[in-house]
Design a protein around this ligand. Structure first.
Ligand SMILES: C[S@@+](CC[C@H](N)C(=O)[O-])C[C@H]1O[C@@H](n2cnc3c(N)ncnc32)[C@H](O)[C@@H]1O
Length: 243
């Protein structure tokens, strides 16, 4: 994403749906000392975490702003680049968010984004999800509803960027892996990262939780090595365009 927006010293970069700000903080180092980053999220609590992290990293050229990406409270053409990792697919109206993104970008400014590719290409999420659905503990995903896999269509994402008015649009698949030392570590990470999984599982009686764990460990056997460690494929779509 950073290669795609190519931040230069002196530039102003906006990160949307920044969470703890990890992606934008890398850009902050690239635009220093005169440039800066606006780390934004709709959730103030996320920005509290991002502020703490920026302090730990000693970053002095980052400002924090609560912003809804579907209604960006910034002037027209006020930033040089926009970054948004794992954000647009969670929004109620991604086309509006991308139009807003283009509005705040200066002409020729770049956007770079990442969203998850299809659930089938992401067994780290597929198997916990199927486990819950088959037990009737979670509803099947609703096509078209916001969610981690809502923009998992390469051509569709390209069209979305083009419809928002971006030029020089490209979308690429990016494959990587989630590693865990043990199934226990994968289980804890999944509980920690997915609110839906966490709430659905922990509401069950202890015996059933143990059963869910056992069944999920079995589903993940193909990704489990002899020493018990796991390497599970993950795949994202990375998109970029020029305003
Ligand atoms: C999966 S996290 C990604 C965080 C971060 N970008 C990262 O890659 O680690 C999604 C974030 O999007 C934020 N978010 C969801 N909808 C949003 C919206 N409409 N406007 C701004 N932020 C939004 C959430 O508050 C959350 O922090």
């Amino acid at each position: 994403m950073l290669d795609a927006v190519d931040p230069q010293p002196g530039q102003r970069v906006l990160e949307l749906a920044a969470g703890l700000g990890e992606t934008g903080f890398l850009a902050a180092e690239m635009v220093a000392p005169t440039g800066g980053v606006i780390t934004s999220d709709q959730a103030d609590a996320m920005l509290d975490g991002a502020r703490r992290r920026a302090g730990e990293l000693g970053l002095t050229n980052v400002e924090f702003q609560v912003l809804n990406a579907e209604w960006i409270d910034l002037p027209v053409a006020s930033v040089d680049a926009v970054l948004c990792r794992w954000g647009y697919m969670l929004m109620a109206d991604p086309p509006v968010a991308l139009s807003e993104t283009r509005r705040v970008l200066r002409p020729d400014g770049h956007v770079a984004l990442a969203v998850w590719d299809s659930l089938e290409r992401n067994p780290w999420a597929l198997h916990p999800g199927v486990e819950l659905i088959e037990r009737g503990l979670a509803p099947p995903p609703q096509p078209g509803a916001p969610g981690p896999f809502a923009l998992a269509d390469k051509q569709g994402l390209r069209e979305l960027l083009r419809s928002a008015g971006f030029q020089e649009v490209w979308v690429e698949r990016l494959a990587f892996t989630q590693r865990a030392e043990s199934f226990e570590e994968f289980w804890e990470t999944t509980l920690d990262m997915s609110r839906g999984f966490h709430d659905a599982v922990l509401a069950r009686p202890e015996a059933e939780i143990a059963d869910i764990r056992g069944s999920l460990a079995k589903r993940l056997k193909p990704f489990t090595a002899g020493d018990g460690s796991l390497e599970i494929p993950m795949q994202a779509l990375m998109g970029a365009g020029t305003a």
